[in-house]
Ligand binder design. Structure first.
Ligand code: AOF
Ligand code: ZN
Length: 362
């Protein structure tokens, strides 16, 4: 199962909007074949492994990180394929949270008199598919709020003390490399115009690792103030969407569209975050990473739209007058998190936790 999880992990950015799934076929204590699901090539993990095994799959044990499917989607049911191949036993890490599948894949396999064991390394399997579990049940993206905080809980020095329009780095290279991994694992990144004007960020995935579609950069900009020469607009290539209102000047809308940005007018005068998330869901975006300032952080938290928080802590103090994390302090947020874990990205530390567990209770 550890190997199956590793195979699934290798499909980061290659499986969405489907789950990351790995499968290992084992016979007489040794690995026969392996498979993982990639969205582009359609075959589910089990099918990839079964095709390579051929007749040798008869009598084998299939280790899968997710319940084999029982439905007809872009492919036929994996449960049927496992039965037809004569597999003797199926070991799964967790049930499929997809209402079309959950429990039915196992039921089909058991009905064919094949032994089924569920729950091996379940937590690890859950961690891998938080976004999928959330999306498939609610049809809105899983929202992760990331922030880098000073020792006294601020996001950045006071605006007046800053000279150049470039990002202010509180955390070191190790923490910033981890942020790149978070971007790589996300379908979209979301920020507000305040951050764009203050930092001129690129908001790109610079890991160099393959992804099946570009990281979608989504910006909330009520009056469409984004500069035409900003790093975001300069690098737009069907991967930049600006959510705005009818307060946006028509000439600016057209100028931005000419530069390859999509402009979406959300409502007459206010950007409703639920509408933004629905619009992203309509684009098959299952995970959104928020890298924003005080205002968007506050609104998302107030409207209970944050599912997971990743808070990097630097030992630098910024002092009073600096930019707060949100209306809620980062300590207050941390106290509300569940399933909290801590990690070191020397010299910084990182606290991760959930506000909502995306997995159905088992
Ligand atoms: C599996 N093995 O490797 C994956 C599964 O449209 P389809 O046919 O690709 O079906 C997608 C659904 O199948 C997805 O929502 C999830 O429930 C399940 N994914 N199932 O047996 C796999 N990727
Ligand atoms: Zn399947």
């Amino acid at each position: 199962m550890l190997r199956a999880l590793e195979l699934a992990r290798e499909t980061t950015a290659l499986a969405s909007p489907n789950p990351q799934v790995g499968c290992v076929l084992v016979r007489e204590g040794s690995i026969l074949t392996e498979g993982a699901h990639r969205y582009e090539t359609r075959d589910h993990a089990e099918i990839v492994a079964l095709k390579q095994a051929g007749d040798a799959a008869r009598g084998a044990t299939a280790y899968v990180t997710l319940e084999p499917c029982a439905h007809h989607g872009r492919t036929g049911p994996c449960a049927d394929a496992l039965i037809a191949a004569g597999v003797a036993r199926v070991v799964a890490a967790t049930e499929d949270p997809n209402p079309l599948v959950s429990g039915q894949g196992f039921a089909k396999i058991r009905a064919a008199n094949i032994e089924v064991e569920v729950g091996i390394l379940q937590q690890e399997a859950h961690n891998l598919n938080d976004a999928f579990a959330h999306f498939i049940q609610h049809r809105t993206p899983f929202v992760t709020l990331k922030a880098a905080l000073s020792a006294d809980g601020y996001l950045a020095p006071p605006p007046a003390s800053r000279t150049a329009t470039e990002p202010y780095w509180l955390t070191g290279p190790a923490a910033r490399a981890e942020v790149q991994q978070l971007r790589h694992a996300s379908d979209a990144i979301l920020t507000g115009i305040g951050t764009v004007l203050a930092d001129n960020p690129a908001l790109t995935d610079r890991t160099g690792q393959p992804r099946r579609r570009p990281l979608l950069r989504a910006i909330l900009d009520t009056r469409l103030r984004i500069p035409l020469d900003s790093a975001l607009v300069a690098s737009a290539a069907d991967d930049l969407v600006l959510f705005t209102t009818s307060a946006a000047p028509q000439e600016k809308v057209q100028a931005l569209q000419r530069k390859g940005a999509a402009v979406e007018i959300i409502a007459p005068n206010r950007i409703d975050l639920r509408v933004v998330l629905s619009s992203l869901a309509a684009r098959n975006i299952i995970s959104v990473l928020v890298e924003a300032g005080q205002r968007l952080n506050s609104t998302l938290l107030r409207e209970d739209l944050v599912d997971k928080a990743v808070l990097f802590h630097s030992s630098t103090k910024l002092g009073p007058g600096s930019i707060p994390f949100a209306d809620e302090t980062s300590q207050a947020l941390e106290a509300r998190l569940i399933r909290t874990t801590r990690a070191q990205y020397a010299p910084d530390t990182c606290t991760t936790g959930y506000l909502h567990d995306p997995w159905p209770a088992s």
